[in-house]
Design a protein around this ligand. Structure first.
Ligand code: HEM
Length: 244
């Protein structure tokens, strides 16, 4: 294993982790009221609704898949009687659609941010960079999963990437585990490192507020002032009474 690989898989994760944690704490302490996803719903709602729906629900499924694939040791599955074939089939049948839904979501959100003038003009560089980096991470994950499934290479991330992730998390890094990992997976992991650097400095910090109730909340209603607004409010009250 050469020095570059030792650095990438033995040292770099801790540099990223240190910047990530320090920047998150610094942001929270210095600007607690800036800890927000800065809603732009008031400016455009129709495209946001679809993009946000696909992206957030897809990402929750992708997140659960990563926990099952990267943090749960392969021995646990074997002791439960789940064969390697059954696991990989479930990972493809569940993981790929989840990845595709998330990717469609991020593409819709990208389109909205760059093509809808009022959103583009009120976006910061951070808003745009966050979406572009997310799209690259998700695309690289999807590409490597598809390529691995189609190539029938027999590569198993549960005996290589999985123990490497856990070795990093328990502060006993074992870069050797990454030696046989195909380049595509390495690129996917390195793109996620860029994402971890972007999260603390952008609207993505809102993920730490775990706004799960947000997914089920009613959309914010914006009404015109004056007569038209009063009439809409009246109909809204009537509809609510009927619903009760
Ligand atoms: C260090 C962190 C990460 C590691 C080690 C990692 C590793 C992996 C591995 C091994 C796969 C292949 C799964 C399979 O073949 O079934 C994969 C797929 C994927 N990854 Fe990651 N990943 C990481 C973080 C992320 C993040 C932060 C995102 C998104 C924001 C992401 C998005 C995806 C997507 C969309 C797929 C395609 C399959 C699926 O939907 O599960 N990954 N990743």
């Amino acid at each position: 294993m050469n020095k570059l690989e030792l650095f990438l898989w033995g040292v770099l994760p801790y540099i990223i982790l240190t910047i990530f944690v320090t920047a998150i704490i610094w942001r929270y302490v210095t600007n607690p009221f800036g800890w927000t996803s800065k809603s732009s719903e008031m400016l455009e709602k129709r495209i946001l609704r679809w993009g946000s729906l696909f992206f957030h629900y897809g990402l929750i499924a992708v997140f659960c898949g990563h926990i099952a694939g990267l943090l749960v040791p392969v021995s646990v599955y074997r002791s439960l009687g789940i064969s390697d074939e059954a696991y990989h089939l479930a990972a493809i049948i569940g993981g790929l659609p989840a990845g595709i839904v998330t990717f469609i979501g991020v593409l819709i959100l990208l389109y909205r941010r760059f093509a809808v003038a009022r959103i583009r003009l009120t976006s910061s560089a951070g808003d745009m960079i966050a979406l572009v980096v997310l799209a690259i991470v998700i695309f690289s994950g999807l590409a490597v999963t598809s390529a691995n499934a189609l190539s029938h290479s027999g590569f198993d991330y549960r005996t290589t990437i999985n123990p490497w992730v856990r070795s990093v998390l328990v502060f006993q890094p074992d870069p050797e585990l990454m030696q046989t990992v195909p380049l595509g997976f390495k690129i996917h992991i390195l793109t996620t490192f860029v994402l971890y650097l972007v999260i603390p400095f952008t609207r993505l910090v809102h993920l730490f507020s775990l706004p799960l109730r947000y997914l089920r909340r009613s959309y914010v209603l914006y009404r015109r002032r004056g007569e038209a607004g009063a009439e809409a409010a009246f109909h809204d009250r009537q509809n609510r009474k009927e619903a009760i």
